[in-house]
Ligand binder design. Structure first.
Ligand code: GLN
Length: 276
């Protein structure tokens, strides 16, 4: 099979399986197996793949066609320009979440202490520590398996962070300048409607915001004042229809200057406020 034939074959297989980004994913799998760049591909379209590569590529296509996420095959996802390891124990980092990281970066100052609640792969915390200056970062997750991934990412990206296994604030100590969180926020009943890649392969624990989707916001809003320094800030990622609800929760708990911020698609995505 030539590289061009392989690419076309891959696209067709994934389209037939109704994979959303069939063309893109066929390319990523071809790149993953052969290590070829886009530019080299165009120079070498008529070259044969090795039989080993062809076998591997086809096997990955079968896996992807069964709606296993691309990132669970390649084992990585880029986020904030950094490459994070992922597996089935963590939520695959989403581009939407970059708005949250950028919002926090705007207010970070050297020496600040940051807590990332529900850190998962560690993508938020590690990005903040890499892109901010002299940040003391702590990541918390209830899942030991997720923390293993976060630990691996911290090592790989050489980020000096503390990781803590804790059911929300149960094992957290000290006070922070910023608490940031992208907690599970999907209403349980809605998880059923999500695409297969998400509902079957992202961890349920990382998606489920319980009955009204607001369970973790309530808990974190209620508890975070104890762990915030004076003028400390709380930053959340939210679902597009949760802006008002989370803003109200924060205001009722005494947060000031509560602001809802939109993502690049123009949807409400981040809510933040200050605790005096
Ligand atoms: N903080 C991680 C992320 O944003 C995990 C979030 C989660 O598991 N809900 O990707």
């Amino acid at each position: 099979m030539t590289l061009r034939e392989a690419y076309e074959y891959g696209q067709e297989q994934l389209k037939n399986a109704e994979i959303q980004d069939a063309v893109l994913d066929a390319w990523y799998l071809l790149e993953f197996v052969t290590g070829i760049s886009r530019a080299m591909y165009f120079l070498r379209v008529n070259e044969e793949m090795s039989s080993e590569q062809e076998k591997q590529y086809k096997a990955y296509l079968v896996t992807r066609a069964s709606h296993i996420p691309l990132q669970h095959i390649t084992g990585v996802q880029e986020f904030m320009g950094l490459e994070f390891c992922v597996n089935e124990h963590v939520l695959v980092p989403r581009q939407d979440t970059e708005v949250l990281v950028e919002s926090v970066l705007d207010v970070l100052e050297p020496g600040m202490k940051v807590l990332d609640m529900c850190t998962g792969s560690g993508c938020i915390l590690i990005s903040l520590c890499k892109l901010g200056k002299d940040i003391a970062g702590t990541g918390v997750d209830i899942s030991e398996e997720a923390l293993k991934v976060a630990y691996r990412n911290a090592e790989k990206l050489r980020a000096d962070v503390t990781l803590l296994q804790s059911d929300l604030f149960a094992n957290v100590e000290g006070k922070y300048d910023v608490i940031v969180s992208n907690p599970p926020y999907i209403r349980t009943a809605v998880i059923e409607e999500l695409k297969e890649e998400v509902k079957f392969h992202d961890p349920f624990l990382a998606l489920d915001g319980k009955e009204d989707g607001l369970y973790f916001y309530r808990k974190i809003v209620e508890e975070s004042p104890k762990y915030l320094k004076k003028e400390g800030k709380l930053y959340f990622e939210i679902g597009h229809d949760q802006g008002n609800d989370v803003k109200c929760l924060m205001e009722e708990a005494g947060f000031a200057k509560v602001t809802v911020k939109k993502d690049l698609a123009g949807l409400d995505r981040v809510v933040f406020g200050v605790y005096n």
